[in-house]
Design a protein around this ligand. Structure first.
Ligand code: MG
Length: 392
């Protein structure tokens, strides 16, 4: 029986993970859960799965959660200390990180240092500090498993293979809701439009990142660290059907792809049951009903996020952390109606090009670069808005 902590259990990945775990009740035991603000759902999950501890975002939420969970003997903690407590819990074998954004860095590092296997849905920590996390994982003899569909596909294609025999990793991207739109039309994209993804139901941040293709760019940096290959060996192709989740090309010209119906429960279960494969509730792939597969090049002019991620990956050091932080601020401001859709990439580009990078940073230098980039992004946005006369 594997004992699991889920960080971010009320989000889309967290809910799918609990669904996987319910489907395999004699394989797993839930030790801890965490949620930011969705206390009602967290309490419901906790009463069902009976972890020993849950963590919530703040004291206000904790009071509600205590009222609900104390009768069941479930402890309630809060904030970053609570998350660290969960990610280092002595009873946990595996920490599933389904947090959103840079907030996941601290708990990931703590989990690695405590010797826990970490399944990562939260790509930002690897983008910010991939070199550090991979090095610490090696030092502590800890496995870092990808949980997102594309890096999981690469992982599955690479099973039993030798990395020096790999020529290229090929990440597929659905292309998002604005694939094929003209730049002119893209200027007026609203948050509501950006939040309507054609294939996947996900949280707001990653859905906007998918629409700008920034998500795919962050996956390039994530894959760079997970599989120890330079970003120049990682390609992106647009595959609208989201059936081929990624591919690996080997030096002999052979290409191996991983396919399935688009359903997050498959890559989640793969990370949870690895190295075993067990039956899932995922709809089987019917090749005869699929019709056609299409593959197209991404457009880096209309989706500059992808180009910026390649640039940050090439620069390494603190550059990926800076790009990631600028993007978190810009996406937030886009969702708040403060900047337009195309401004997200413009902010990211300006912050990245103003950055004086530090090579091979330690964790403090990464966090300092992250803070600097957030301040810089806010300054760029203020200046943009001062310049624009019609902005509601
Ligand atoms: Mg993905």
């Amino acid at each position: 029986m594997k004992r699991i902590v889920i960080l971010g259990s009320t989000g889309s990945i967290g809910r799918n993970s609990l669904d996987v775990i319910e489907g395999l009740p004699d394989q797993f035991q839930i030790v801890g859960l965490s949620a930011g603000r969705n206390i009602d759902l967290l309490c419901e999950q906790a009463i069902r799965h009976r972890p020993s501890v849950v963590c919530v975002g703040d004291e206000e939420g904790a009071e509600v959660a205590r009222g609900c969970l104390t009768p069941f003997g479930i402890q309630v903690t809060t904030g970053p200390e609570g998350l660290t407590g969960l990610s280092t819990h002595p009873d946990a074998d595996l920490v599933l990180n389904a947090l959103v954004g840079s907030v996941g860095l601290g708990p990931t590092l703590s989990a690695i240092r405590a010797g826990k296997t970490v399944a990562m849905a939260n790509k930002e920590p690897l983008v910010m500090a991939g070199g550090i996390l991979v090095r610490e994982a090696r030092q502590h003899g800890v496995d870092l498993f990808p949980l997102d569909s594309e890096p999981s596909a690469l992982w599955q294609c690479l099973k039993g293979e030798r990395i020096h025999e790999v020529k290229r990793l090929i990440l597929t991207a659905s292309g998002g809701p604005f694939f094929g739109w003209s730049l002119d039309r893209m200027k007026d994209i609203s948050p509501e439009q950006a939040l309507n993804h054609p294939t996947w139901r996900m949280g707001q941040k990653i859905t906007v990142d998918s629409a700008t293709l920034m998500n795919k760019g962050l996956e390039i940096i994530e894959a760079r660290w997970l599989f120890d290959l330079p970003a120049s060996c990682i390609d992106v192709v647009i595959h609208r059907q989201s059936i081929v989740h990624s591919l690996v090309e080997f030096v002999d010209g052979s290409v191996i792809a991983q396919m399935s119906c688009p359903d997050m429960r498959l890559p989640i279960q793969h990370a949870l049951t690895y190295p075993d494969r067990l039956p899932t509730r995922v709809e089987p792939l019917n090749l005869l009903r699929l019709g056609q597969f299409t593959f197209e090049p991404p457009d880096m002019e209309r989706f500059p996020g992808l180009r910026l991620c390649y640039e940050a990956a090439r620069l390494e050091g603190t550059a990926p952390a800076v790009l990631n932080a600028a993007n978190e601020v810009a996406v937030n401001q886009f969702l708040n109606g403060q900047i337009g859709f195309l401004d997200v990439a413009a902010v990211n580009e300006e912050v990245l090009s103003a950055h004086q990078g530090t090579p091979e940073p330690n964790i403090e230098e990464v966090l300092e670069a992250d803070r600097w980039a957030r301040g810089e992004a806010v300054r760029v946005i203020h200046r943009m808005n001062g310049r624009t006369t019609v902005r509601v």
